[in-house]
Ligand binder design. Sequence first.
Ligand code: SF4
Length: 346
Amino acid sequence: MHLARLWRPLGKSEDSAPTNVQCRLCSHFCNIAPDHTGICGVRKNINGKLFTLVFDKVAAANLDPVEKKPLYHFLPGTNTFSFGTVGCNLSCSFCQNYSLSTTPRLTGCITGQLTKPEHIIELALESGAESIAYTYSEPTIFFELMAETAALAIKHGLKNIMVSNGFQSPECLAELKDLIHACNIDLKAASESFYHTICGAHIRPVLQNLKTIRNMGWWLEVTTLVIPEENDNKKELTTIARFINDELGSDTPWHISRFYPTYKMQNHFPTPLETLEQAADIGKKAGLHYVYIGNVQGHNGRDTHCPECGHTVIPRKGYTAAKGDYSTCPTCKAKIAGIWSTHDSR
Ligand code: SF4
């Protein structure tokens, strides 16, 4: 157990009994009574102080291609040492990692292997990765472990990637500002009702955080999982595409991902290919330069095309791409947005 950051005591008790605390790590801002945890199940009020239960417990770790995050315009063809803990601050009915994300909330168990930031760095360096990715569950809820590991990673010449639902508090993002180099953030829908009913969250902080991240200068890519009958109508997809284009910029890659039945959404069909292709058209019509179709085997929607002449600049097979500098189109010399070498990044 490790004393948490970003919380405050709520009031003073008259008989010096422990007080409630407010966690200020994500936009739930949980009010947590003594001996209770917040919504994520991994931050606990013990005697009036907030502790993180996942600082030293890594539940999943792998060496992944950076394309799997997905990041298509950040050091393509390199590997990223990826890890996550149990727990999540959202409760999406379609969660693809529900065994990791729901365990603390449903069972109270904090599973994982004992570790510390120094050991994670050693493993990452041994693996030949060029970056560390905070991923799998929701990195916001293991903020202290992420922040400490990321600071050490920078000292060792590694980049830091966050794969997130984007529901941080403003304070949390401010703390991470100088530590993270690239991120993929979900924009799960365009409506508050989707976020509220299906994910147990709110859309407004996510939209605000996306704009903040754009201004902070991290390399940003956005993912939307398109779920039949939930967020697949033209109006909703157009709203998402226009938000990305108008507020985040036309060079922001948009990953449109195929849904497969899972967790509490076993009764939905996989997303038809036609819907995904329609969504990609919507993205391009909104002005986006880089729109990708993901989670579909053998589909060429993963390739990067030059926004000026249409030349295939980065062909991808599955999650693999050749390492290289793709900053300009070899045919028309137009600029291709992205971070192509570790020297380009902050
Ligand atoms: S991280 Fe979010 S969900 Fe977890 S305790 Fe803090 S405010 Fe609540």
